[in-house]
Ligand binder design. Sequence first.
Ligand code: SF4
Length: 883
Amino acid sequence: MSAVRTTCPYCGVGCGVLAAADGTIAGDPAHPANHGRLCSKGAALGATLSGEGRLLQPQIAGAPARWEAALDTIADAFARTIAAHGPDAVALYVSGQFLTEDYYVANKLMKGFVGSANIDTNSRLCMASSVAGHVRAFGADIVPGIYEDWEEADLVVLVGSNAAWCHPVLFQRLVAARARRGTRVIVIDPRRTASCEGADLHLALRAGSDVALFAGLLVHLADRGAVAADWIAAHTDGFAAALATARQTAGTLAAIAAITELPEAEIAAFYDAFIATERVMTVYSQGVNQSSSGTDKVNAIINCHLATGRIGLPGSGPFSVTGQPNAMGGREVGGLANQLAAHMRFDDAAALDRVRRFWQAPRLATRPGLKAVDLFDAVLDGRVKALWIMATNPAASMPDAPRIRAALEACPFVALSDCSTWSDTARYADVLLPAAAWGEKDGTVTNSERRISRQRAFRPAPGEARPDWWALSEVARRLGWAAAFPYRCAADILREHAALSTFENDGSRLFDIGALATLSDDAYDALAPVQWPLPKGQQAGGRLFGDGGFATPDRRARFVATAWQPPSSLPDDAYPLVLNTGRVRDQWHTMTRTGTVPLLMTHADGPVLYLHPADAARCDIGADDLVALTSRFGETILPARMTPEQRPGEVFAAIHWNDWFASSGPIARIVGGAADPLSGQPELKATPVRLRAIRARWRGLLLRRSAGTLSGDVYWARVPVEGGVAFELAGWTTLPAGAVLEDWATALLGAPDGAERLDYADPARGWYRWASIRDGRLDGCLFLSPAGNLPERRTLAALLARPLGDDERLALLAGWPAGAPVDQGAIVCACFAVGLRTLHRAIREDGLSSVDAIGAALKAGTNCGSCIPELKQILRAAAAPAA
Ligand code: SF4
């Protein structure tokens, strides 16, 4: 079967993928982002094509409907709302999962024709602070560097970036370069993450103190004569003021140590390394961006690179890595509420006039719209009355999720375009539209190094799913603007987007992709990855700003005076700990795609709260306990996981699990999210919380063929397994007895009529087991035990897939399938399904002592490399003397 060249839909690395309709997936050796490599998520893309959970048909008020009727309903709701309340009473909330073509049409519709800039995106939660910081420093939202810089640097500083898990292929490029040239790596992160493995230095600073650390670096650069005075004079403004401000809060090592809670010696070691190294990259991500002072953090970092002239040169510069696959494409289009279009701004009258003429848009919005947090506030208080949400799940991902849900509940009209039925937002939608997904639609995405790549369809869309740009154009047509939205295909849209980027562009707008404005359809189909700037007839791509030439009117960069401010919300007696949130290695966003793949759930199979053992002891939390995690915004219950890699005083939970996958629901339900005043990006990494131990009275394991969710006073987490689903259970109330327990078990099993039922009960010990068998096959089973001595999930799940033997029927109720393979433990290497227990056994019994030896014996770590940091951790732990 022939493979199609496309691009991974997950993170901002933007890896090239060879994909075939039968689900065969491989890395594209010709793609410059990954040269054939894929991480564990990318390698498992084929397993996400099953169609499970897909939304296949439009719905109106929960009933199946035809596309025509659904589009009419949206257009009618928007038209009536605009007529009665004005254009600012309607809004779009879109997504970094959009293709650039979807983004362009959405932005043009809202800003050009509805006449409001109320279009914002979940990229507001991802990199809005980097955008604002870039604009302040460079005059435009531009990442100066390219991926080769990761390989040509002598020092890479990772700030608030667990690249080993969140941008794995790029991290592996760094690891390979390190092996070749001895690149030093310094990680600045409150947690000891997988990215710290093998790093030369880890600064576990206090959450939110980054500005002080980098302001202190600026002071030290100046005081030790390490600034590039000539370069500063030639290419920048504002150095003296920035330095004076930095001195106010970060003038001495003692002052910086007091704010960051780092030892002075560690701070000094970082400063020494930065000062001594010409080729230094500072890579930053959500730990910097998702902060109430995110923009200042970005500028504090950029200031240090401007001060040394280390920018836009091989192996040198600040480098923002984006979380989402097409956050950069959205930024290029102008898909944020405070942007106009194609890197043009609302505060530029000439730009407004230019865009108005280009689009022939007499109602062009002339001022910024509402950023995400403000947008949902406006929905809640009734200013916005009609909302179309596309390719995102704000009920699970926006901070203070209960408030977001209340807003959606109160909104007179909500439409949702999505490819999945597993969206927590769907229950609030008056109209649901089935969107075409990855592999089913055509368009482009831009990765973190400004490289535009094609996403190509390689299989038909199921049911009635259609591309988002098409749905937007159809609504525009119904609103009376057919002539402005005449698109036949994605290529039409990219050509127009490229033409706008180059329209009356005298070179002052660096985002210029004019060379794509005249692509034929065939050339669009064949388009190879290209990097911008891409003006017609000129040299394309490459590093920017090495010799100045910034995007400000005078072509000079701006230092920004940044003074450290304490986080907007600090722990206190009532909420004494700080909750940080982030990702796990093998899951993506709210799991609507990755949550269906058994292999991707073997590395981390449920939500947990990571906390330091000292905090656990202080809160009387034991290893088998659940934890009630409470903030001013709500409460959730999670299993506890003690780890010394967590900073004392700070706890961590993953963002992925939502109402469809765990009783805890999205962690966003307790996250505060005070926004950065400039970027509007919410603080997702520093919510004050308190903990309370909840003793589990019993634990359980439920296996059945149907997915669904559970209810009641019970903790559950849903895990896909081959042939069905498993639910890990824990309860804090006493199990009911007799018929009530039987009825409860029957409801959980969902046993079909005519199924044979096996059961076993030992009430004195609290052991209960049920199995439901149909046509000689296991249909479901439920095990309950007070001590948690339950059968192993994966071995038991294997019985769903084959007819049961007599010995297996008996063994089922004994709690362990006959002849079951040895439990491997949590899967570390997803590519070759190598588990923790297998690794421990091989290290112990076969004497494996290196990653290479593990790879030779077990293959672990030899494919995508995502697990190599964990393999090193396991080897290090095994080699450590017993305490
Ligand atoms: Fe996809 Fe992984 Fe590459 Fe990111 S690093 S684009 S998730 S394959």
